[in-house]
Design a protein around this ligand. Structure first.
Ligand code: SAH
Length: 243
């Protein structure tokens, strides 16, 4: 039987603590008692652990032994902010597929009211990533950056191989771009950034900006995908190639 996995908010070398909704669920629904065993994620590592104390809205564990864990895909998904319900769905699915980080960006065609509300929304995006990570038994939670203007992310210095998905691109497929990135990285697993535009797509000056900053344009095929479909397809292609 697979034990349920909990992602701890606080930890040190020998113990880990759950607080908030997770602690509440463990005490109220699962009636956690000292001695109960569980798998606990602390600082990106998974441990076989045992409850030692339940009190004041907290559940504390002793970490007994570290278990093998699968690393995240070394991919940062750069997502232009668009319709929040679709975007949240994309964040959940990207987390299940193993994304390491999500960078929301404000692009030219991000609707103004969404751009204005994005900063406040980041906490909710982090919560969604946390829940999806736990549900899919990941050993880490994807980092969700604060939203920033697209140009800042595109121009920022980065060690990663950078790919921008664009439906106008006809020659280079995502797979071609991944092959190039892997060849250029030698024996290392390359870090990747993959950018996906909003519902209206990238504006021409944004495409030029990506190009001028060394991002490789890539295609996911001849059909136009919704942004959330593009995110899932891109991560699935990358996972099948890299894992
Ligand atoms: N401008 C488009 C829709 C953009 S789709 C329209 O005609 O309405 C939203 C984003 O998904 C795009 O900016 C791109 O990043 C990605 N995308 C969608 N289909 C794609 C494809 N076939 N290849 C590469 N990227 C794609």
């Amino acid at each position: 039987m697979t034990r349920r996995r909990w992602i701890a908010e606080h930890w040190d070398e020998a113990t880990a603590t759950l607080t908030g909704a997770q602690a509440e669920h463990m005490t109220r629904v699962l009636r956690a008692q000292p001695g109960m065993e569980a798998d606990v994620v602390a600082g990106g590592h998974v441990f076989h652990a045992q409850v030692v104390a339940v009190s004041g809205g907290e559940v504390r564990f002793n970490l007994i032994a570290e278990l093998d864990a699968d690393p995240a895909l070394p991919i940062t998904l750069v997502m232009a902010v668009y319709k929040f319900d679709h975007m949240e769905w994309a964040i959940e699915k990207a987390t299940e597929l193993g994304v390491a980080a999500i960078a929301p960006v404000i692009s030219r065609r991000t609707e103004k009211h969404l751009a204005a509300a994005a900063q406040k929304r980041a906490e909710r995006w982090r919560r969604i990533a946390h829940e999806a990570a736990q549900q899919s038994r990941r050993c880490d939670v994807p980092l969700v950056y604060d939203p920033e203007p697209l140009a800042a992310r595109v121009r920022a210095a980065s060690e990663a191989a950078r790919i921008v998905l664009a439906e106008q691109e006809r020659t280079t497929t995502l797979r071609n771009a991944l092959e190039e990135a892997v060849a250029a990285a030698g024996t290392e697993m390359p870090a990747l950034e993959i950018a996906i535009g909003p519902e209206g797509g990238w504006a021409p000056e944004e495409e030029a900006l990506f190009d001028a900053n060394g991002w490789r344009a890539a295609s996911l095929g001849p059909r136009i995908l919704r942004a959330e479909t593009a995110a899932i397809a891109a991560l699935a292609v990358a996972a099948s190639y890299l894992e």
